[in-house]
Design a protein around this ligand. Sequence first.
Ligand code: SF4
Length: 462
Amino acid sequence: MNTRYPAIRVTDQELLRQRYEALSLNERPWNLIYGCQPVSEACKSCFAQDGLSRFHINAGRAPHASARHRPVIVPAALAEPACWTTPQQVTVAPLSDLFQPEVPADFVGRVIQTIAAHPQHFFHITTRYPQRMRTLLGSGQLPGNLSLGVAAEDGASYAERVPYLFDMPAAWRHVVLEPLLGAVDVERIDLPTRDILWPLEGIVQQYLGVDADSRPQWLSKGDPLRRYEPLDWVLLGGERGAQPRPPHPEWVRRVRDACRDAEVPFFFRGWGDSVITRNPDPDDTRLVIVSADGSRRGRGAGSAINQLSVVDNDVYFTRLLHGDEPIQFYLDGQRHREVPDVSLRHAKLRLVDVSPLARQLMERIEQGPGPSGPTTQEYIEARGVAGRKSAAADKRRPRRSHTPSFKAQIAVAALQGEASVADLSQRFDVHRNQITQWRAQLLERAAELFDGLPEKPGRGRR
Ligand code: SF4
C-alpha cells in the first residue's frame, strides 16, 4: 500500500479532470511531462504535484521524498499528435513546465519539431521559466502553429517575465495571469534601460534622459525604438486549491479595460475556487476579505488575527460550493471569453524549417549537459523512467516462440506453487497471462497423458 501518496479516489480524479478542463478551455492536453520545480508564489497551488503523484500511482510506485518535485518525461507521448484525426487546440505539458531546468534541451527540440510537423494542430506553450525559453529557442525559427506565452501572478513577475517573451521569434504571444495574486499594469513595463515596453501595443519607447528640471523624457510612441506585434491574447483567473487567494475585482477590471482599449482579446477564466459573496456570514470559516492593496484577511485567509473589519472597496469572498460554478465565471455580470481571430491564424501560419534549431539543441548536448541539463536518454537512465509504452513500441517487440518443454517447466512450477505467477513472470520474462494460460492447458490436458497407457495389475479403473 502506498502510504506516501494515498490512492486518489475516483471522485477526486473526476474533480481534477473537471478543474483541468475549466483551466484549459477544453483544449487537448498533451501530457509530455509530469511534475515541476516550483519557481514562484503562484506555484503553491499548482496541480503539477497532483499530476505527478497520479502518474506514479498509475505506474505502481512511490517516489522517494527527495524526488517529490522531480519531473517525469514521457518521450512516447511525442507520437500522440500524429494520432489525432481532427485539428486540435493543444496545451503543451499542462501539468508541468517545458522550460524548467530538469527538461533536457534535446527533448525541447523534439517537441518543437513535432509541433512543426503537425501544422493542422495549434499548440500553446506557457512558462514561468522565460529565461530558459529564450536561451533554448531564442535564436531559431519557430513554427506558425505555436503560441508562446508566459504566466505571471503579480506586477513584479509580469514586468520580469514578459520582456523575454518579446525577445522570442514567435508568431503568436500570449500572457496568462493566473492565479492573479496582485495588481498588474499590463499596459506598461519599465525596462532596466529605462525604455518602456508597451506589451499591448507591441512597441518599445526610447528613453532620452532628463530635462532641465530633472524630469525623465522619452521619444514619442509614434517613433518607437522597436516595434513588435502586440500581445495576441491575455487570459486571467483566480487561484484554485484548498486555500485559494482570490484577486480583488479592481485588478481584474483594470486588465480587462486595458485589453479592451488596445483591442487585445481578453479571456476571464473565473475567480478560481472562490466566489464573491454579497451577504457575508461572520461565522463563515472560509470568509476572505480582499483589499485593493492586496492584503487578505478573514477566517479563510489563514490570518492569525482573523480581522473581519472592512474598509471601503474591500470585497468578501467565500469558498466555491457545488452549484456556484456558473457565477464564478462572471465579472460585473458579464462573461469575457474572447479568443484571437482565427482568420489571422491562417494568415500567420507559416511553415518553417525548425531542423536548424533542433540541431542546435542537439549540439548543446554533444558539448556536454552544461546549463541545458542532461540529455533525454541520460535523464531516463538516471531516473529509471521508461515512459509510457506506446502501442507502436509494443508492436515492435519481436514475437517469441517457446519450446514445449519450456512451457511445461513453467506450467508445472506454477501448479506446484513454488513461486507466484508474478515471480515466474519476472524470472522467465513471460507475461503473467501467458503463464496462467499454460497452467490451465496443462490441467485440461493432463488426462490425455494416461490415455492408452496399460494399467498396472491390481488397480481398478476409476
Ligand atoms: S512553474 Fe508552473 S507548472 Fe511549475 S510548479 Fe509553478 S505553476 Fe506549476
